[in-house]
Each structure stands twice: as structure tokens, then as C-alpha cells.
Design a binder for this molecule. Sequence first.
Ligand code: GDP
Ligand code: IMO
Ligand code: MG
Length: 421
Amino acid sequence: MNTVLVGSQWGDEGKGKIIDFLMESHDAVVRSQGGNNAGHTVEIGSEKFVLHLVPSGILRKGKTCIIGHGTVIDPVSLVKEINGLESRGVKTKGRLFVSDRAHVVMPYHRNLDAGRETAAKGKMIGTTKRGIGPTYGDKIARVGLRTHDLLNIPLMEEKIKERVSEVNQLCRLKGWKTVSAAAIIKEYKAAAAVLKPYICDTIAKIHGLLENKKSMLFEGAQGTFLDIDCGTYPYVTSSNTTSGGACTGSGLPPNAVKNVIGTLKAYTTRVGEGPFATESNLLSDLLHEMGREFGATTGRARRCGWFDAVLVRFATRINGVTELALTNLDGLDQLKEIKLCVAYRLNGKMIHYPPASIEQLARCKPVYKTFKGWQKDTSQCLQFGRLPIEARTYLRAIEEFSGAKLSIISVGPRREQTFFP
Ligand code: GDP
Ligand code: IMO
Ligand code: MG
């Protein structure tokens, strides 16, 4: 049985934790989009891991882990991640497979990302500066390098020289940092030597698993509202973070997907710029004071707000969500009152979907339903019936307004603080 897991909000919903939890009942895990802009946290006992490109299932012994062709790969960063895992006793050899068709992030992509952000001044996106947008840009413009190029050094050198000369022309014009082809070649040759045993035809690998009736879990990165098409454009990432991306980014046929899990927090967070109708300073201050909601990749403070059911309902529909996995319920434990956005008001009318235009979205006023807080510690409640009645009422409202049933609830960062309601 193959399951696709996506983020139903703006990323950081707790996907890494839920993937780790679900890997017990799956044979393989696949990343299909995004790159090391992702930061997926898994806490097991007293150990904390933050995965960027390696699938979070790597922490389950013996499971197969695949990085599909829809991702973008920074080879130097991937080598660092692999070495970091190996040094903590996590074996990667023979069970981590990297697609030979994935696009390669180059140092000039990172420079372009940073240069564009600085030049955008008041209109910056707030990217992770990992070069993600420029790498996907080169892919679409058909001028990128792919991982199979790392296996043919003379060809890789030729392609790097060609691209560097073109990119440096643009950088000189803009007054941005230029790069040296020779330095990149040296660095990438070394990374290629380490990655060589991992790079292979992952489409064949996935179809082998399908034929052998193995179950795969597709680990989405980012979230629905960071999707390049359906998100809050242009304040989005550059890939399809919605469930379709799992297929196009891996070679999985759509009819092989059985379940789609939408991951969500009991409230909403967003890192980076862009409209956020339910943003709340009260909630941001509370969570930050508790030491929570700082980015796993960049360390930036996440913006926090009330649960937005208008967004989640849209996410449930477009992803074909069959069940919801809710995390961070315990983040709301101290509150006297909890708000849930059930609709938007725009130009005097009630609307129940996010408008395409961010100018309109920025003018949407949330319509709230207010719930009584439970003001009790939920972090040890591992059965639905053990949760305070006010928390159960709030969760039932989330199901009703989001249009899908909760199948997993998480009340703490650790693996064991998770249950099936
Ligand atoms: P991802 O990108 O979707 O994998 O999420 P991140 O790892 O970036 O952010 C989620 C954060 O919430 C991490 O710090 C997790 O350890 C933490 N977390 C996940 N579920 C829970 C939960 O139920 N309660 C608490 N307190 N923390 C959680
Ligand atoms: P995970 O997988 C939250 C955000 C950035 C920025 C926008 C574009 O951990 O949920 P990019 O570097 O991708 O060009 O940045 O997308 N962003 C994320 N926000 N979680 C993520 O990943 C994110 N990956 C990118 O903050 O607003
Ligand atoms: Mg994250």
C-alpha cells in the first residue's frame, strides 16, 4: 500500500516526525521534490535529528530510502548530511538511492538566490537561500546539470564552464558575486566521488518495489501553500509540493497511490514573507517564549497564527487527502481561548477558498469561531479519550471544517508521543 504524505499548510507541519512514526509499517520512503530547503525533525528518545534531503525514514534500520528525480540536489550539502548520519551510527550505504535524473544545485544558484533576495528589497520572498528557485529555473529553461552528469567528469567540467561563463555575465551586470568554474569543478569532483555509489536509476528501483508488492511512503517537503501553482504565489517555493508532485517527481504511477495523508499543526506557522490571514502576535510570542517555532533549516523565528480551515479545506481537496495527521496539539495547552478561522470576508462577502491573487488574500479578514481552551498538559495523553473535553471538541471542529478525518495525533516531539485516535 503506497501512501503520499503532504504538508497542508506552509511547511513545518511535523512531516518528519509523522514519516518516522509511519515507517514502522512501510518498506521504503521516497522524497520527490524540494531540496535542502527542507528541515524535517525527528526525535527518538534523547536523540534529535534534522533531515534536509535524506528521507526521514533513514532512521528506521534497514528501510529503503530513495531521493527521486523531482528533487534538487546540492551534492556538497548531501555529502555532509550523509557523513553526519554515518557518524551517528545511521547506515546509508546500500539503502540510500539517489536519482540519476535529479537536477544539481550549483554555487551560482545560491548566489543568484541571495542576489535576487537582496535586490528585491521590500519585496523579498524570504527564501532559505539554498539556491532552490534558480536550480528549478535552470531545469525548466533546460540548461541545468543533472546527477548523471556527476558520473561523467569531462562532460561535467564542460557543462560547468559553459554555465559559469553565462551566469557570470549576468552577475557582473547586476553587481552580484561571480564564481570560479575551476573552484566549482574541484569541489564537485570530490562530492561526486562520494555520491557515485548512491546515484542510480530510481525509477527502476521504485517499479521493482511495486512489482514486489512493497509499500512505499512518499515524504512531501514544504507544504500546500508553498506550491508553485496552488500556493500564495510568488511567496512560494519552486516545486509542486502537492500530492501530484509525488508522482511526477518519482515515476510513481498515480493509480499506485492508496492513501494521501495531510499533515497539519493544531495552529498555523509560516517562515518567510507573504500574506497570512490568521497571523497572531499573541500566539507567536507564547510559542517563541516556550522555545518553539524556530526554523529547522535557517533558525529563523516562524510566524504563528490561528488554525485556518479555509486553507486546510482547500489543501484537503486538491491533494485528495484521505486522512489527517495533526501535530503540536500541546502547543495550545496554556491558552484560555482558541480561535479557528472558518471563512474569509472579502469586499463585504464571505468566501470559503483562498483567492488566487495575493493582493486579495492580503485583504481577506478571517471569520473566527472561538473555542474554550483546556489549560491542561496534553503531552502525556496518548488516547483520544484521555484528552480534555475542550481539546476533543476543538479537534472535532478541525475535522468538520477541514473535510477529512484525523487518523494520527501528536502531542509532543518524540516518537512515542503519537497515537491513532
Ligand atoms: P517538518 O518540516 O514538517 O518535518 O517539521 P519541522 O521539523 O520543521 O517542524 C516541526 C517541529 O515541531 C519540530 O521541532 C518537531 O520536533 C516538533 N514537533 C512535531 N510534532 C510535535 C508535537 O506534537 N508537539 C511538539 N511539542 N513538537 C512537535
Ligand atoms: P519543510 O519541508 C517551511 C519557504 C521559505 C520561503 C519560501 C521559498 O521543512 O516543511 P525556497 O528556499 O524554497 O526558495 O524558499 O519557502 N520554505 C519553507 N518553509 N518549511 C519548509 O520546508 C520550507 N522550504 C521552503 O521560507 O518562504
Ligand atoms: Mg521543516
